[in-house]
Design a protein around this ligand. Structure first.
Ligand SMILES: [Zn+2]
Length: 286
């Protein structure tokens, strides 16, 4: 599933492609991918201008004129494809083989813009969604998330406070909890713990003040690096032009089981923790 850096990359690319465009019509091909009956969905988005595309946690937020927002979560296999009269480009998300003619059997929602360009939301497994919300619904949805890790509200004091509150939980479990911290997933939690030399299997209550400070710094550093490399292309994510994010080359533990630790030469291990594959080096992470 795309995490904060991947969603940020999708958002930046979508913003350059659809900002200021006016929606001519919408087609809902899969009713369960949206939150309103197709007729109502169309009625609201028709003639609306796209003001901006932004991100909160792993959510994509398309701000429409008239106090309406399209919220989207790519989940496992969602992708946006933007087509103008020249070509179609995958705006991040799952690399569904050769896109071929659109719409295809994975197309769930289509937005047609007045200038003739189109935006397709495709999703193989249909866990992803596009929801049309008003301001109250938007606020409610966004309030489910903890602070953004790259803002000043995410700092050592904050991380200390949640570690104090959930002393017996594993630190990895805390970092993955979207209601406590927004946007982190399996890849960047493992990488951040490695960077901070902390085992992801530790309980939150066992972390010293210095370790919490190191972990805070590590999370920000890893996310900034990942955004600058346009995210990690595992098997569920590619960029607008179908190319891959470069972050894969910078990962130090994730999916490196059995390989040599880049820091100490130890061997990278993998265990299941809170149902997730967890990668670490137990020689240099304590
Ligand atoms: Zn090591």
């Amino acid at each position: 599933m795309p995490e904060l850096p991947e969603v940020q990359t999708v958002v930046s690319q979508l913003d350059t492609k659809i900002k200021n465009k006016i929606i001519l019509k919408a087609e809902v091909l899969a009713p369960r991918s949206v939150n309103l009956p197709a007729k109502d969905f169309l009625k609201v988005v028709k003639d609306k201008k796209v003001l901006s595309v932004s991100r909160r946690a792993k959510l994509i937020i398309i701000d429409l004129a008239g106090e309406w927002w399209l919220l989207s979560h790519l989940k496992m296999t969602g992708q946006f494809v933007f087509c103008d009269n020249k070509k179609c480009t995958v705006s991040g998300g799952h690399p569904i083989g050769n896109i071929g003619e659109l719409p295809n059997k994975f197309s769930r929602v289509i937005l047609d813009f007045k200038d003739g360009s189109r935006l397709f939301f495709n999703d193989i497994r249909r866990f992803g969604w596009v929801r049309l919300v008003n301001e109250e619904q938007l606020k409610k949805e966004l309030s489910k998330y903890g602070p953004e890790p790259l803002t000043s509200s995410f700092n050592s004091k904050f991380l200390q406070s949640i570690c104090d509150r959930y002393k017996n939980r594993k630190i990895k479990q805390i970092l993955l909890d979207q209601s406590l911290i927004a946007g982190l997933g399996n890849i960047y939690v493992d990488e951040s713990c490695f960077e901070a030399k902390i085992l992801p299997t530790r309980t939150a209550g066992s972390l010293s003040e210095k370790e919490i400070s190191d972990l805070t710094v590590a999370i920000k550093k890893i996310l900034r690096l990942a955004i600058s490399k346009k995210g990690t292309s595992a098997n569920t994510y590619v960029l607008t032009d179908g190319s891959k994010g470069n972050m894969l080359n910078y990962l130090k533990v994730y999916q490196r089981t059995g390989q040599k630790c880049k820091r100490c030469g130890g061997t990278i291990k993998k265990v299941k923790l809170v149902g997730r594959s967890t990668h670490f080096c137990d020689s240099c992470q304590k």
